[in-house]
Ligand binder design. Structure first.
Ligand SMILES: *Cc1c(COP(=O)(O)O)cnc(C)c1O
Length: 367
């Protein structure tokens, strides 16, 4: 069987270093807000290229805290609008509505699956305060045009970098391209912890300090509470594990690109559309998304032939039950992607034979 993602294998690749890191924390007797957080935050800032990293409990919280931080700083207020791609994972949207802000959904480009930068300016209103781009599937969503629109209208440029750790745009990493970025270290992400974990990166000291307080009950000073915060901290064991895995991230992303290259060069089927890869630096292949108008049939065929696939994602946010008011809205490109997308097995630990099996099985489909 070819697994979609063999997490056991991903972890065991660095088992010695991870055991050493976990044991160090166990033996230290210090489990929260200690040296491991400080070390990971410093290394992650150096890696991404920002002044600050604030470790938090998960990626959704990282997104929530960026927006809440700006609200506390008076940059935004409930009712303001945030422009966001319509075809993102639900977390991006949840963070906006959780803060009483209004998501303004914008269609993606049908070839790149990233927010269509030609449609952003039309979506700007006097209430728009930010553009939240999502580097979906590990592909850079940033374009110079997006940067220019944000400058022109004085909008915050925010990045959901949950799927794109290590991705590079013109020598700069995603997560450093805008005013603030949210990162998820959910185990299956390119940089994954052994449980939930997340971070915010930014060059804005005021925002970083505010988020650090918000994620610690709203307190910057022990027993003094400035904000109505929550407990949303990154624990020391996860920070220590992430510090190990960060050292191997570029090498793991290079292996993902090798898998992607093999798929791109060898999958040939009239009913399958491969992703468009314009620039290999700008993609870290968190997901390898293909499209087919016969997706359900293809998924069933692959499953019967021992190949696990996943759909990212079967239902777009505006069609979800939790957002009933939007269910009648129409986003045809988004809906098409959600109806046709299928994610092939992808990870840095795939064996050559597995990659070949996926390709051969797909190419034999219906023949
Ligand atoms: C995984 C993910 C998140 C949420 O991260 P968690 O750590 O699972 O809370 C947010 N946005 C996107 C695009 C994601 O893929």
């Amino acid at each position: 069987m070819v697994k979609f993602l063999d997490l056991q294998k991903v972890t065991s690749k660095y088992a010695d270093e991870i055991h050493e890191a976990v044991n160090r924390v166990l033996d230290s007797g210090w489990y929260l807000q200690g040296q491991e957080n400080a070390s990971f935050e410093r290394h992650y800032s150096d890696y991404i290229g920002t002044k600050y990293t604030v470790g938090v409990a998960n990626g959704l919280d990282a997104l929530i805290w960026i927006l809440r931080g700006y609200i506390e700083l008076g940059v935004m207020k409930p009712g303001d609008e945030v422009i966001v791609p319509a075809n993102t994972y639900i977390a991006t949207i949840l963070a906006i509505t959780e803060n009483g802000l209004k998501p303004v959904l914008v269609e993606p480009n049908i070839n790149t699956y990233q927010i269509d930068d030609r449609l952003i300016e039309k979506a700007v209103t006097p209430r728009t305060k930010a553009v939240m781009i999502v580097h979906l599937y590990g592909c850079c969503a940033y374009t110079e045009k997006i940067g220019e629109i944000c400058k022109k209208y004085n909008l915050k440029l925010l990045e959901d970098n949950a799927q794109a750790h290590g991705c590079v745009f013109n020598g700069r990493r995603t997560g450093s391209l805008g005013d603030a970025a949210a990162h998820s270290f959910y185990p299956g992400k390119n940089l994954g912890a052994l449980g939930d974990a997340g971070a915010v990166t930014t060059n804005d000291k005021e925002l970083a300090d505010t988020i650090r307080a918000l994620a610690n009950y709203g307190s910057a000073k022990k027993y003094v509470f400035r904000y109505i915060g929550r407990n949303s901290r990154l624990d020391e064991i996860q920070a220590a594990v992430l510090d190990v895995k960060l050292r191997h991230l570029d090498e793991d992303n290079a292996l993902r690109r090798q898998v992607a290259r093999y798929y791109m060069e060898h999958i040939k089927h009239p009913d399958i559309i491969l992703p468009e890869v314009e620039n290999w630096d700008r993609h870290v292949f968190h997901i390898f998304p293909i499209r087919s108008s016969r997706r359900e049939e293809l998924q069933k065929y692959l499953s019967e032939n021992g190949i696990q696939t996943i759909i990212h994602y079967p239902i777009p946010p505006h069609k979800q039950e939790c957002y009933k008011d939007w269910n009648s809205l129409s986003f045809p490109i988004t809906e098409k992607i959600h109806a046709e997308e299928l994610s092939l097995p992808m990870s840095p630990v795939m064996e050559e034979e597995e990659i070949r099996t996926v390709v051969d099985t797909i190419n034999r489909w219906g023949r």
